[in-house]
Design a protein around this ligand. Structure first.
Ligand SMILES: [Zn+2]
Length: 428
């Protein structure tokens, strides 16, 4: 099969020949009959998400492995890491293998289960990290995401433990006592609205502690969804020391601010903007964009967090935290980073494919589009602008903050080892 007329990382048009799931030839005017017209789309290595909530097992009303990976494919992803806060929690070899098998059977992209750090995400006792690493799921990323591993001794032990198999602890940095009852970013807006604040220091204090712990034991730390300018400064400092720390930012933290809680196209106090960590200030957004551009923040991760309507369309204080993100991620990154001149397509490929695959230690993903590499390819047309229509999402959930917003770009096609999962923007 030949994918014709694509611009690899935005370069001059070329054709890509795919054979046996791998890239066999790249060049202009390749000969052959079995062709797909790329129509001048930008070709990126298939995107890799380090932070997806697939909700199965336990909350199949919100998402399943099948619908979540359909959503991923439509967003240009060829691999996702499935977070461990399912029911039951993915804290044993049995549960991570269950998710891994669901992925093999029903998924539209590769599914790599994340293992819980502590039993039941309860923060009291380490989970079976070694057994999960040795299981068929070959877990390398461990996280209590949704909750913070706030006990410093447990965090230290977890960091020490995963060294044996080159694992990484992905921390949801949230000091629990400082965020008890927190509803939104602590600042001017929360003061005016009378909502309990989630202060930046609750994130920054944990990140600082964890960087120090990772350095102390010589292990690998990944910081989930960095949301404040202060966190960026701490991570920049840790990296300047040569410590093994990586970090992610979500698309929504690159584009949206806490002002939306007070005033937005969908009114005030709309829980569609309720998310953890919360939307922050303009100054934070500016710092996060600059950090993603200069490499202080390594990657974009979606924190795709589907919730059914009844859990979001309720009063602010009762609403669930989180937003879906897989099907809008690339468009939001284009809006926040490419249109602003902060990143080119090669930079986007690094931050949404190459580096997330490296952090997750995925062998067959995140490889440059070159001869011999697996044919994991995303075709993206950055020239169109469309209104976000959640009813078109493949996700089971609709909790997007971008409904009705006009965003640039469209995923035209996604190829997983040469097999199309999306063509002409539609699931295959
Ligand atoms: Zn989280």
């Amino acid at each position: 099969m030949i994918i014709r007329n694509v611009r690899i990382l935005g370069a001059e048009p070329a054709d890509i020949r795919v054979e046996g799931g791998a890239i066999a030839e790249i060049g202009p005017g390749l000969a052959g009959d079995d062709t797909i017209d790329g129509a001048g789309a930008v070709a990126l290595p298939g995107l890799v998400d380090l932070h997806t909530h697939l909700r199965e097992p336990g909350r199949e009303d919100a998402e399943t492995v099948q619908t979540g990976t359909q959503s991923a494919a439509r967003g240009g992803y060829t691999a996702v890491h499935a977070m461990a806060n399912t029911s039951p929690v993915a804290d044993t070899a049995g549960v991570v293998e269950q998710v891994w098998r669901l992925g093999r059977e029903f998924a539209h992209c590769d599914v790599h289960p994340v293992g819980a750090v502590t039993v039941g995400l309860e923060g009291r006792q380490l989970a079976e990290l070694g057994a999960m690493a040795d299981s068929a799921a070959r877990v390398r990323v461990f996280s209590d995401d949704g909750k913070c591993v706030d006990d410093a001794v447990l965090m230290r032990r977890a960091l020490e433990y995963v060294k044996a198999f080159d694992g990484v602890i992905a921390q949801h940095a949230q000091e629990p006592r400082l965020t008890s009852g927190a509803q939104m970013n602590e600042g001017v807006v929360s003061g005016r609205l009378g909502l309990t604040g989630w202060p930046a220091v609750a994130e920054e204090a944990i990140i600082a502690r964890d960087c120090l712990l990772a350095a102390h034991v010589g292990s690998r730390l990944h910081v989930c969804h960095v949301s404040t300018a202060g966190s960026v400064e701490i991570i920049r400092w840790a990296k300047s020391k040569g410590w093994n720390v990586t970090a992610e930012v979500t698309p929504h933290h690159l584009l949206l601010t806490d002002d939306l809680v007070e005033e937005s196209p969908v009114g005030a106090y709309n829980p569609i903007y309720k998310v953890n960590p919360p939307l922050r200030t303009h100054a934070d957004v500016e710092a996060l964009r600059a950090a993603l551009a200069d490499g202080t923040i390594d990657i974009v991760a979606t924190d795709h967090a589907p919730h059914p309507v009844e859990d979001k369309e309720t009063e602010w204080s009762a609403a669930a935290m989180g937003m879906v993100g897989l099907e809008t991620a690339l468009s939001v990154v284009q809006e926040a980073m490419v249109e602003t001149g902060l990143l080119d397509w090669a930079g986007v490929a690094q931050r949404m494919s190459v580096v997330p695959a490296r952090i997750g230690r995925l062998a067959g993903q995140g490889q440059p589009i070159e001869v011999g590499a697996p044919a994991n390819i995303t075709l993206y047309d950055p020239s169109v602008r469309t209104k976000v229509d959640p009813s078109a999402f493949a996700s089971k959930s609709r909790n997007t903050p971008y409904e009705g917003m006009t965003l640039p770009g469209r995923v035209v096609a996604t190829f997983l080892r040469g097999r199309p999962t999306v063509l002409e923007g539609k699931l295959v």
